[in-house]
Design a protein around this ligand. Structure first.
Ligand SMILES: Cc1cc2nc3c(=O)[nH]c(=O)nc-3n(C[C@H](O)[C@H](O)[C@H](O)COP(=O)(O)OP(=O)(O)OC[C@H]3O[C@@H](n4cnc5c(N)ncnc54)[C@H](O)[C@@H]3O)c2cc1C
Length: 573
């Protein structure tokens, strides 16, 4: 059966496996389970398949993956573990780290050879911190571009990329990003951009959407297509009322369909509903000191932890003792022309020359070129207010070259960004300071000190531009420090950065077979969790980009196999 809205069609009354959600974790689990010969239903709350995965960069941290081996990268499990331990400091590693490192290469090999999922190697993508065990490339993979036409009519069910991360609906892949930045400077880059736009406008005319799928959208699409090929039943618009439990085992779900309750029985229920980045109650309970009164997550709005709450009622344990509760990210709030708003995560431009961040006191508080999680932690650690926010500042040159948040680089005019007050523009630093209400003297001092660092190439305050990751976040053509450029040409611009996240780290406690466990660390029969619904294997640390999707794909793969094994064991008894 192709994907169906629950409103139109009812699912069967029994499946071997019910998977809740349809992001990478869910679709990897469903795929693995159906490959084991199990009957599988995917139940998605929204009208679209793909979750936050479909909005993401699609990077997966998968040490020792076959592409790295083929490219000749020298790495080992011990080395990868040394890095994870370096990031964790003295804290003990989760035993599931071993499971992950052992299974990740197998997962990649298995999916690339048996499904529509294909990968590209991130040869030059370094680990986020220069610590013992880190590497300068080879541990990250991205899903390979995919022709949307392969999905046929079902593409209408694929969640589109987040509009603000596209140019008129066209996703820009990590590997071609530089060409777009250089379009006004280099003829070869301009040619590439023109070709892409020509193809995109053709797609819009013929299909009313982009058909050249990239980044996380292609990961979701290729998993979706693979599930369709193998006969997984996928349903959208599903409202799950509760988990069904008998004698301590989870035996199905109760859903609402056409205003009536309907039970679907199953041998296993896998929760892959994306964690709780939009649950005020759970954030208050587990992350109040960080999330503040209002949290601005860039994850899809459906991820509200409702299934986690249902699992807690059945005695599931949650990992409340993590280093950080979520993958923090600075997010600005953009108001579209139709009045709707969107939390936009600042993942790209903070480390570019000519851009810096200040707190409400007008002073820098961290190394802006560090990853979003560290950046946001820097704000939390240096500000005691309950709802800290910061400002990203750029001068004319940097703004035109790199853009600022949703405001795109030249030649875009960003009229809505200016009109809505998202992008604040001023002809002098004094006026900008007044507009964003920061003390001018401190602000001016910050800028002149920063400009001094830009001239010498050395950031004496936060060592910006020194690490491998910082260098990559900057501009390799810029000297003497790729990440430090002066802020001197008017007009000046500012965008407000709120405390947000890409998703939560705290989640349901699981064992190495993805079974949800209770406080006594015993599995709750029939209940599994993967992706952000499960507690992160990195216990609140952020070793590298791709540390949610890599494990989501890997544990999804393992989960399908584990369920098959458990069901076989049961039938043998
Ligand atoms: C802009 C952006 C870029 C990112 N880039 C990366 C990256 O490059 N690499 C990386 O590792 N991470 C990245 N992330 C984070 C990453 O996208 C998420 O951590 C990841 O997608 C989580 O996968 P998941 O399968 O657990 O959840 P999701 O992909 O969010 O899927 C959860 C699904 O469950 C559904 N759902 C929720 N509740 C219910 C319910 N009650 N019943 C049924 N369905 C339900 C949701 O609608 C959703 O479809 C990025 C995030 C953003 C916002």
């Amino acid at each position: 059966m192709p994907v169906a809205s629950i409103i139109d069609t009812s699912p069967k009354s029994h499946y071997d496996v019910i998977v809740i959600g349809s992001g990478a974790a869910a679709l990897s689990t469903a795929l693995s389970a159906v490959q084991q010969g199990l009957s599988v239903a995917v139940l998605e709350k929204s009208s679209h398949i793909g979750g936050t995965t479909a909005w993401s960069g699609g990077w997966m941290w998968l040490p020792l993956n076959p592409y790295a081996k083929e490219a000749g990268f020298q790495d080992s499990k011990e080395n990868a573990k040394r890095y994870i331990q370096s990031v964790a400091g003295g804290r003990e590693l989760d035993p599931r780290v071993d499971t992950f490192l052992d299974a990740a290469p197998e997962m990649v090999e298995h999916y690339r050879s048996t499904t529509e999922v294909d990968f590209i190697s991130g040869d030059k993508v370094p680990d986020m911190q220069d610590l013992p065990g880190s590497v300068k490339g080879g541990r990250s993979l991205c899903a390979a571009p995919f022709d949307g036409r392969t999905l046929g009519r079902e593409i209408r069910f694929l969640r589109k990329p987040l509009d603000l991360t596209t140019v008129w609906g066209m996703s820009i892949g990590s590997f071609e990003l530089r060409q777009f930045y250089d379009a006004l400077r280099k003829p070869s880059a301009l040619l590439h951009v023109c070709k892409r736009f020509t193809a995109h406008f053709k797609d819009l005319a013929l299909h009313r959407r982009s058909m050249y799928l990239q980044n996380g959208n292609v990961l979701a699409a290729s998993l979706f297509k693979s599930n369709l090929n193998l006969g997984v039943d996928l349903f959208t618009d599903v409202q799950i009322n509760d988990l069904i439990c008998e004698n301590g085992s989870v035996t199905g779900v109760c859903i609402k369909s056409n205003d009536a309750d309907f039970v679907i029985n199953s041998n296993a229920v896998v929760s892959a509903a994306g964690g709780f980045p939009h649950s005020k109650a759970l954030l208050d309970q587990f992350a109040a000191h960080r999330a503040g009164a209002k949290h601005f997550s860039a994850a899809v709005p459906e991820n509200i932890g409702d299934i986690i709450q249902m699992a807690l009622k059945q005695g599931a344990a949650i990992s409340a003792d993590y280093a950080e509760a979520a993958a923090w990210a600075p997010c600005s709030v953009y108001t579209r022309i139709d009045g709707t708003t969107c939390n936009y995560p600042h993942l790209l431009e903070r480390g570019k020359p000519g851009i810096l961040a200040i707190g409400q006191d007008g002073r820098r508080f961290t190394n802006e070129a560090n990853c979003y999680h560290q950046f946001q932690k820097g704000l939390f650690d240096s500000h005691s207010s309950e709802q800290p926010y910061s400002w990203l500042i750029a001068d004319r040159k940097a703004y035109r070259r790199w853009g600022l948040g949703c405001a795109k680089p030249a030649p875009f005019l960003n009229i809505q960004a200016l009109k809505s007050g998202y992008l604040i523009k001023a002809q002098s630093l004094q006026v900008l300071a007044d507009k964003i209400a920061v003390p001018f003297e401190a602000f001016q001092e910050t800028i002149s000190r920063f400009n001094q660092f830009a001239k010498t190439g050395e950031d004496l305050d936060f060592r910006r531009g020194e690490s491998t990751y910082n260098k990559g976040a900057g501009d390799f053509e810029h000297q003497p420090n790729p990440s430090l450029g002066e802020i001197k040409k008017a007009p000046f611009y500012a965008v407000k950065l709120n405390s947000g996240s890409l998703g939560t780290f705290i989640g349901l406690k699981t064992n190495h077979e993805c079974q949800v466990i209770n406080a006594a660390e015993e599995p709750i029969p029939g209940l599994y969790a993967v992706g952000n619904e499960a507690a992160s294997i990195f216990r609140g640390d952020y070793p590298s980009g791709g540390i949610t999707l890599g494990p989501a794909m890997t544990f999804g793969y393992l989960c399908g196999k584990a369920i098959a094994k458990h069901l076989n064991n049961e039938s043998d008894q």
